[in-house]
Design a protein around this ligand. Structure first.
Ligand code: ZN
Length: 73
């Protein structure tokens, strides 16, 4: 869906560390930021990087399909 994330590999998943996705741009900068997962997308709380999971019917109708992120400016 036009985003790139780094899912945690299965061998690193433990009871104390459930599966999560790492922000790719932050990783390139040497940081390990865990993406916040929502129903439709992953959002990085550090750099605001967003990766879509599936189309959001809430955002596709307006503004020519441009996705607006209220509260993330
Ligand atoms: Zn990031």
């Amino acid at each position: 869906m036009g985003g790139y994330i780094l899912p945690l590999r299965d061998e690193y998943v433990t009871d104390d560390r459930p599966p999560h996705a790492i922000c790719h741009p932050c990783k390139e900068d040497g940081r390990l930021s865990v993406l916040t997962e929502t129903e439709y997308r992953y959002v990085c709380p550090s750099c605001q990087y967003t990766a879509g999971k599936k189309p959001s019917p809430r955002f596709n109708r307006r503004r020519g399909g441009r996705v607006v992120h209220p509260g993330l400016s």
